[in-house]
Design a protein around this ligand. Structure first.
Ligand code: TMP
Length: 209
């Protein structure tokens, strides 16, 4: 039995890391063998590409370079970690995946979604997430969390308008694929957010998705 591929998405400051750990705990509680990973990154090569992506000076990387590096990292991550884990029957829980590319490089940077879809096909062939949690909150609601982080990477330094466009693309994609996406309102107290996550996991992962 191949494993399942579950992704977690959302703009910065929605509480992705805390909730990712919570989701992993719940899935393990159901007896699944879960590997947690992230994008860009997840393998030594892809982490090296991540450093290039995040550490460049603002304005120093053309959007198409950024797009190609995201997919270059993804190709390594898929070949070296995600696909072998799924083939071995493990569940892969990934902090961001290609929905982030549509949201950030498409929505945020304004690149053509058809070009992104072509790269998606080239790099992933038929592989798509089985289920995607979208932790949703407005950029205004998450602004304090972003600025609390101290050193901000190139993306965290973007303005509210950038994150509004990113969020709009996430919501549009969730709307277009309701069978895959679960939108969770992340602007509420953590306890409420996690109650929803637990309900979704109990419902969706009991019947096999
Ligand atoms: P992280 O801080 O959530 O780990 O993500 C790193 C940054 O990379 C985050 O600001 C979103 C961005 N990103 C993209 O722009 N496109 C992508 O395809 C992915 C996976 C992440």
């Amino acid at each position: 039995m191949p494993g399942r591929f579950v992704t977690v998405e959302g703009i910065e400051g929605v509480g992705k890391s805390t909730n990712l750990a919570f989701i992993a705990d719940r899935l393990r509680g159901l007896g699944h063998d879960v590997v947690i990973t992230r994008e860009p990154g997840g393998t030594p090569l892809a982490e090296a590409i991540r450093a290039v992506l995040l550490d460049a000076a603002p304005g120093d990387m053309p959007p198409i370079t950024e797009l190609l590096l995201m997919f270059a990292a993804r190709a390594a991550h898929l070949a070296q970690l995600i696909q072998p884990a799924l083939d071995a029957g493990r569940w892969v829980l990934c902090d961001r995946f290609t929905d982030a590319t549509f949201a950030y490089q498409g929505g945020g940077r304004g690149l053509d979604p058809a070009a992104i879809a072509a790269l998606e096909q080239l790099v992933q062939q038929e592989l798509r997430p089985d289920l995607t949690f979208l932790l949703d909150a407005t950029p205004e609601a998450t602004a304090a969390r972003r600025s609390d982080r101290g050193t901000n990477d190139r993306f965290e330094q973007e303005d509210l308008e950038f994150f509004r466009r990113v969020r709009q693309v996430y919501l549009a994609r969730a709307d277009a694929e309701p069978q895959r996406f679960r939108i969770v309102d992340a602007s509420r107290e953590l306890q409420q957010v996690q109650r929803d996550l637990a309900d979704i996991i109990a419902t969706d992962f009991k019947k096999s998705i």
